[in-house]
Design a protein around this ligand. Sequence first.
Ligand code: MF3
Ligand code: CO
Length: 254
Amino acid sequence: MIELKSAQQREKMRRAGRIVAEVLEILKTRVQAGVRTRDLDEVAEAEIRARGGIPAFKGYRGYPASVCVSVNEQVVHGIPGSRVLRRNDLVSLDLGAVVDGFVGDAAISVFVDGPPNHAAATLMRVTEAALWAGIAAAKVGARVGDVSAAVQEEVEAHGFSVVRDFVGHGVGRAMHEDPQVPNYGVRGRGALLRPGLAIAIEPMVNQGGHEVDVLEDGWTVVTRDGSLSCHFEHTIFVDPQGPEILTQNAKDLV
Ligand code: MF3
Ligand code: CO
């Protein structure tokens, strides 16, 4: 069942989204060679709570941390720990916060001191462009398949592949609500996008094949071929005036 958000609920989601955006901005500045991924988690939890939010991921199906830190061939759901970041690592940071019972969910990817090579830089640029293509397609009256196809086309036009085993999603009181928002699909298919629908669009893009595996920790998703993977995510509202992005920093608004 797809739930549309009331004006009051939207206001709560805006607050949750703002916290996620602000804390991701802080974490981004902490992504440096020599930093342990666990250090990023400590910052994430403290900064979410300092803003009156609650980490959305911690305890979710037993997930032990407030942020997912996925490095290089790790796709999503990397658990912060003793790993130390190194120059040229591709680091995805996925963060969720709850305010008054409503969730904001977003992810960014960054390189430690720049990309290792041109192809890696292209992977990151294309993954972010795919997110924006998906957001642009999320208009009132469009369908989920329009968003999915927009993401997929941007990715595959550059020879990369979209992960199929994990998808974007509706978001609200629960982190994962209907509808599912795959990063592949067919225009004109799927649920209709109505005003007040809140969705998280989150392309997960592999440099090589789309196949992934989950490590023995039960969480960390990695590319099967060991190729690099990149991830960007925003929570948005579908609105007659165009998509409203909840997890974007004020300074990045155009
Ligand atoms: N952004 C991720 C998602 O939408 C966050 C989930 S991580 C978890 O699925 F650890 F909380 F599961
Ligand atoms: Co998500």
